[in-house]
Design a protein around this ligand. Structure first.
Ligand SMILES: *Cc1c(COP(=O)(O)O)cnc(C)c1O
Length: 370
């Protein structure tokens, strides 16, 4: 028997696609607007170091991660850009400082905790970012707390507010335009009340990717983009102009011919009511392909043809229907990338590109393409 060189499951990361998306997003902004690249959660499941290095070389102004440990990985890889930590927790302040990461301060308590820490460390004008809740009701000071915040900061030189931000709840949903406009108005009232009470004028930023697309008049001094950099704009017309950065590929391990009446996989979830040909692929829920994608909800592409996932997703494998598709053991399989896109794959199970992308587990090797 002929030995073929078989591939394995890999997540290819295309840095030229990232460059294309970065330039596309930038082209929708004023030249003077700063750009923060969101690289939390392994850069949306891709590779945070490779993405951050590329963004640094492209001239991005800032990076953001969710947690301190994600920022440490970037610093240890030599990233010099300022890094905003969106959700710092007091237990990690020591490490935040050691790695020159900048905390997002979102509540009276975390402000008090950070000021106490800063005083103990003898810090002077350590950069902090202040986040306001304008309607998402997740993290942030309320508009009513502007005065209290300004008061606490008065005469404290341990920290300096380098930016003031908020986050939109429904920037991709034009049925919520009125709500979003209210968030924008609230943010402007906050800035108007707070800025005169700060020693230096901070950078103002509100927009995420869909905000850049739909509300560019609220770009202020900086925008924060995540999903757009990775190739998705929460809107088909925008998706067509972006390029997916991540392509999840695998390979056919084995082909079976299943006769009418036989079943496939655990719990016999699929019963063949005619003869079918299946391919078994080395990727399963432990790799991030959840059980919700099984039983026909999603498809992969083999030699240009759609092959639906049949039966239940296993931990390390899925079976797909390749009846009528010209394919062999060892052939390449695209789980998502150009077709289906991660967004299309996700839609099959009624979820969104963000979830499928960030869920690809660390067991899957990342292969960087320059
Ligand atoms: C994740 C995140 C973003 C990025 O949002 P996208 O929709 O991916 O562009 C921006 N700002 C904050 C506060 C976030 O948590």
């Amino acid at each position: 028997m002929q030995m073929t060189k078989m591939g394995e499951t890999v997540l290819e990361i295309d840095l030229s696609a990232l460059e294309h998306n970065y330039r596309f997003l930038r082209s929708r902004l004023k030249d003077t607007t700063k750009f923060l690249g969101v690289v939390k959660a392994f850069a949306y499941g891709s590779d945070s170091v490779a993405i951050a290095k590329k963004l640094e070389s492209l001239g991005a102004d800032y990076l953001a991660v969710a947690y301190v440990k994600e920022g440490i990985v970037l610093r240890e890889a030599g990233i010099r850009l300022p890094i905003l930590v969106l959700h710092p927790l007091p237990v990690s302040f020591d490490r935040l400082l050691a790695y020159e990461l900048e905390p997002n301060i979102y509540s009276v308590k975390i402000l008090a905790d950070f000021l106490q820490f800063a005083q103990k460390q003898g810090l002077k004008r350590y950069p902090i970012h202040v986040k306001f809740n304008t309607g998402l009701n997740r993290l942030g000071f309320s508009e009513a707390q502007v005065d209290e915040l300004a008061h606490v900061l008065e005469g404290r030189d341990e920290v300096e507010v380098v930016s003031v931000l908020s986050h939109l709840a429904a920037s991709e949903d034009l049925n919520e335009r009125e709500f979003t406009e209210q968030q924008i108005a609230s943010f402007e009232r906050i800035a108007h009340a707070l800025l005169p009470r700060l020693k230096r004028r901070p950078v103002l930023h509100l927009l995420n990717t869909s905000g850049i697309i739909n509300y560019d008049r609220a770009q202020y001094d900086m925008v924060r983009s995540g999903i757009g950099l990775y190739g998705f704009g929460n809107e088909a017309s925008i998706d067509r102009q972006l390029k997916p950065v991540a392509t999840l590929k695998t390979v056919i391990s084995q082909i079976h011919t299943i006769e009418k009446g036989q079943s496939i996989g655990y719990n016999r979830a699929y019963k063949a009511d005619e003869n079918v040909v299946t391919a078994t692929l080395p990727i399963g829920h432990a790799d991030g392909i959840g059980r919700q994608y099984g039983n026909g909800k999603a498809y992969v592409t083999i030699n240009g043809h759609k092959a639906p996932i049949i039966g239940n997703v296993c931990m390390d494998m899925i079976m797909v229907d390749v009846s009528g598709i010209d394919c062999q053991e060892g052939d390449e399989v695209v789980v998502f990338g150009e077709r289906p896109t991660a967004e299309e794959f996700a839609m099959g199970a009624k979820t969104i590109s963000y979830e499928i992308l960030t869920g690809i587990s660390q067991r899957v090797e990342r292969k960087i393409k320059n």
